[in-house]
Design a protein around this ligand. Structure first.
Ligand code: F0G
Length: 461
């Protein structure tokens, strides 16, 4: 078949200037930030690949929606627009709006988890696991082994290993397992999808054992795209219909709308069971806001409803979105840089353990690599390794994840292909000098979710 390039299904109407600081300014900035890219000021950053969360560019239709947002405290028109969008795109009847994803995780964990419960999931996400533990539960990783291997090219590295799941249920008993926490396009694994087959099998297994399946559908759209590209029988299906099918194998979902949904803030818990939703709403009014806004303003909900409709209006949006991520990833692969394969949906994950193989994990290679890239070019990425994994709440020891990664996360509809070229050149330049990158040690280690605010210093050479 004749090859044709993809292109973004939009043109640019408004621009926001960015500026590259001098090398001396960047040196001073990363020292001041304690070698933690979360503590840089955005003015000090040239190309910001810290996260794809809340960093999307909205469309003209979404911006217009801000003006139409209904700011009524109760019963906002924009809330009902959002309910309709979630029903038609995801297929869940009950909508519990929250200020962002972790608000939904908090509410879900509080209504379903009792102290001593066990929650199996396909690799942890930081805030998700925090709320499960905060509610007295213990998270158990049941993702397939391939997910922990950056070189495995398994097409669905996000899949749940059904034998591991069955072993958890055997060991603890189904009554101690309130739900399976099933993430689509697994963030910490490198943006890796789950297959429809696996979704269906896990759902069937859970029904037999009376266990709920709760999706983290934050990046389910990107997962749907990978199913269309990689799983037999889905090539001719629209991404919209694949997304609906993904959700059909679940009892509910938490969503951080700051990703797929193309807004800068917002999220929701969506459920099928009205009784469960009623319990969620009674906590919602205490922690988030009234059940018809849950921490979002009316205009936030209006922009979100429009973002949800837009992301599935055609397949071109997600094709260009993932296409841009793959462009950066393939450029790095061609240059021989170790990255997680296959390239994920929302970012390129550099294998810091392989790149800085002279540093032990205790010297925080991914943290050091992220700082080195910032120094080189003002490009900001994020550590996703031992610092993010934190300490085991039981033993107080560092967890040692297999994956020690730097995530270069691509915001949606924000940067061009030339920005991706500049990023790739910087990673290659740092790779050339990789043996000169030294390790780090903590000077400040917060107790919870330490990666956000930790500070480091360079180890003496
Ligand atoms: N679930 C997943 C899979 C996420 O990636 C995130 C956030 C959340 C839940 C929490 O949502 O931020 O709206 O409260 N991920 C961001 C990131 C922070 O950079 O990956 P939130």
């Amino acid at each position: 078949m004749e090859h044709r390039s993809w292109a973004e299904p939009w043109k640019i109407k408004m621009v926001e200037p960015i500026e590259l600081r001098t090398r001396d300014e960047r040196e001073a900035a990363i020292e001041r930030a304690g070698f933690n890219t979360f503590l840089l000021r955005s003015d000090e950053v040239y190309i910001d690949l810290l996260t794809d969360s809340g960093t999307s560019a909205m469309s003209d239709r979404q911006w217009a929606g801000l003006m139409l947002g209904d700011e009524s405290y109760a019963g906002s028109r924009s809330f009902y627009h959002l309910v309709d969008a979630v029903r038609s795109v995801y297929g869940y009847e009950e909508l519990v709006p929250t200020h962002q994803g972790r608000g939904a995780e908090h509410i879900l964990s509080q209504i379903l988890i009792r102290p001593g419960d066990v929650i199996p999931g396909n690799m942890y996400f930081t805030t998700t696991r925090f709320h499960q533990e905060h509610a007295g539960g213990t998270f158990v990783d049941v993702i397939i082994d391939e997910a922990h291997d950056p070189d495995s090219t398994h097409p669905f590295k996000g899949n749940i290993d059904l034998d591991k799941l069955a072993a958890v249920v055997d060991t603890y008993g189904a009554e101690r397992v309130p739900y399976v926490s099933f993430e689509t396009n697994v963030n910490m694994a490198g943006g890796q999808p789950v297959s429809m087959r696996n979704l269906a099998d896990v759902y069937e297994f859970c029904r037999r054992h009376g266990i709920l399946v709760m999706l983290d559908a934050t990046r389910a759209l990107e997962n749907a795209y990978f199913i269309q590209q990689r799983e037999g029988g889905y090539q001719d299906r629209s991404v919209a219909s694949i997304l609906r099918e993904i959700c059909s194998y679940s009892d509910g979902a938490t969503v951080s709308s700051k990703k797929d949904n193309l807004v800068n803030i917002g999220g929701f818990l969506a459920l099928r069971d009205p009784e469960l939703a009623a319990r969620a709403r009674s906590l919602l009014v205490a922690f988030e806001g009234l059940h018809t806004y849950g921490g979002m303003s009316g205009r936030d909900m209006e922009a979100l409803a429009r973002g949800i409709e837009e992301m599935v209006a055609g397949d071109e949006h997600v094709r260009a979105r993932v296409g841009q991520v793959e462009y950066l990833g393939n450029t790095l692969i061609k240059a021989g840089i170790p990255v997680v394969r296959p390239i994920g949906g929302h970012g390129v994950f550099l294998d810091a353990a392989a790149i800085l193989d002279h540093l032990p994990q205790e010297h925080f290679p991914a943290q050091a690599l992220a700082a080195a890239i910032y120094r080189d070019s003002g490009v900001r990425g994020m550590e996703r390794g031992i610092v993010s994994a934190g300490r085991d709440p039981g033993t107080g020891e560092n967890r040692h994840p297999n994956l020690e990664l730097v995530r270069l996360t691509i915001p949606r509809r924000v940067y061009t292909q030339s920005h991706m070229d500049v990023v790739a050149e910087s990673v290659m330049a740092v790779y050339e000098r990789r043996h000169r990158v030294g390790g780090l040690r903590f000077v400040y280690e917060p107790e919870q979710l330490r990666f956000f605010q930790a500070r480091f210093e360079e180890l003496p050479a």
